[in-house]
Design a protein around this ligand. Structure first.
Ligand SMILES: NC(=O)c1ccc[n+]([C@@H]2O[C@H](COP(=O)([O-])OP(=O)(O)OC[C@H]3O[C@@H](n4cnc5c(N)ncnc54)[C@H](O)[C@@H]3O)[C@@H](O)[C@H]2O)c1
Length: 376
């Protein structure tokens, strides 16, 4: 089997998510890292490249040079830099004709998002935005359960993503926190871009609901913060359902506690990423059903991603790997001429653009005194 060849921008020494992407991609052994611009400092880029066994000639000081030189050589690129550079980096690789996987949030403005959507379409390239949590088998099961109409019409959604790592005055959470709290690298928001986009996206993926308008209160609760660290957003969806989202970085004791509760006319569903092997479903008559990944009762389209028997826990890294499984299947299918859009089982550039528009609408709502603002 010829492995797909991929490159990476970001993911240098001491970084977080680049290494997670590499490990997740390695789970299936279908792709090989062949080139990288892992850091803006060439020495650091080379350090990571050598450590990972990359030909030094394919370690680049600058992503534009990498995109030019690697056109026709790479099957896809993974973009895992801080938010401010997602747009120019993705644009450079799309222009070079290379499929793109970029971490969230897609970019900083709706205009940039629209441009990336248009460019990917014009070039006929695949573009995944790695909203990791949507890769969980259980999240896909909820999507399928709701699609089949088993919850009936959805009435309300409550979703939250509390963290506590930026709760401390005078501490900035190391390099990862420093850039997130810096408007020059993070854009107009911190917490909402980092966590709010996950909430917006997973609710959209699970329910299929489209947001009509938002009312947001974005707060800076820790003294010294320039950008938001606690956000509350009321949501109205098309079709009449309503929702409430809370994201924070100041909830001491909470670790990546993304959870979603969905209430429909025939029952409800509860899902927590910290207990991602199970889904709680409550029927209209009050019967509680706990579905476990790996057991019967999980939809076939979700269950096919399972790698281990139930009780041998899968988690966040497998969820990321599941996104790459579909992305790489689509890339291979495109190369071999049998790709169809129905094969896509990952969040796309269009989904990423919705996230950017959600942030934009929330910012406008907050800046205008917490009023209702329509989504673009
Ligand atoms: N999907 C998820 O669950 C998830 C989780 C964490 C982070 N993220 C996203 O991943 C991205 C990176 O976050 P992180 O926490 O890994 O940051 P990080 O600071 O740990 O790593 C960023 C890396 O990018 C490099 N870099 C910066 N600018 C560059 C450039 N122009 N060219 C080449 N390399 C460059 C840095 O040297 C560093 O190695 C962010 O957009 C963040 O929102 C997503």
């Amino acid at each position: 089997m010829n492995k797909l060849q991929y490159g990476m921008v970001g993911g240098g020494p001491g970084s977080f998510i680049g290494d997670a992407h590499r490990r997740a991609i390695n789970l299936d052994g279908k792709a090989q890292l062949a080139a990288g611009c892992f850091s803006r400092t060439y020495e650091k880029c080379l350090e990571t490249g050598v450590e990972l066994g990359i030909d030094p000639k394919r370690c680049y000081a600058d992503y534009e040079e990498m995109a030019r030189n690697e056109a026709g050589r790479l099957d896809y690129v993974v973009v895992v830099t801080p938010n401010v550079s997602h747009y120019p980096v993705c644009k450079a690789f799309l222009e070079a004709g290379i499929h793109v996987s970029c971490d969230k949030p897609l970019c900083l403005t709706p205009e940039q998002a629209d441009e990336l959507v248009a460019l990917a379409r014009e070039k006929d390239l695949l573009f995944m935005v790695t909203y990791t949590y949507t890769g969980h088998v259980t999240a896909k099961h909820i999507r399928d359960f709701i699609r089949e109409g088993r919850l009936g019409k959805i009435r309300t959604v409550m979703a939250e993503y509390p963290q506590g790592w930026l709760a401390y005055e005078g501490e900035w959470g190391g390099r990862q926190g420093e850039w997130r709290c810096d408007p020059a690298q993070s854009g107009g928001v911190n917490c909402l871009g980092d966590l709010g986009t996950h909430v917006e996206n997973i609710v959209s993926m699970m329910t299929g609901l489209k947001i009509k308008r938002v009312l947001a209160k974005l707060d800076k609760l820790v003294p010294g913060r320039v950008l938001d660290d606690n956000d509350v957003v009321l949501v109205e969806y098309e079709g009449g359902a309503v929702g409430s989202y809370w994201t924070t970085q100041v909830a001491i004791g909470r670790d990546n506690d993304l959870s979603v509760r969905i209430y429909g006319e025939n029952g409800s569903i509860e899902w927590k990423q910290t207990e991602c092997e199970k889904v709680l479903i409550v029927s209209r008559d009050g019967t509680l059903t706990e579905r476990h990944r790996g057991n019967g009762g999980i939809s076939a389209d979700a269950a096919k991603y399972g790698r281990l028997p139930s009780g041998h826990n899968e988690g966040w890294l497998e969820a990321m790997a599941n996104l790459y499984r579909s992305f790489m299947e689509c890339i291979s299918a495109k190369a071999e001429g049998f790709f169809t859009p129905e094969m896509i089982d990952f969040q796309t550039v269009e989904d990423g653009a919705e996230g950017v528009k959600f942030v934009h609408a929330c910012l406008e709502s907050n800046n205008r005194g917490n009023v209702w603002v329509d989504m673009l």
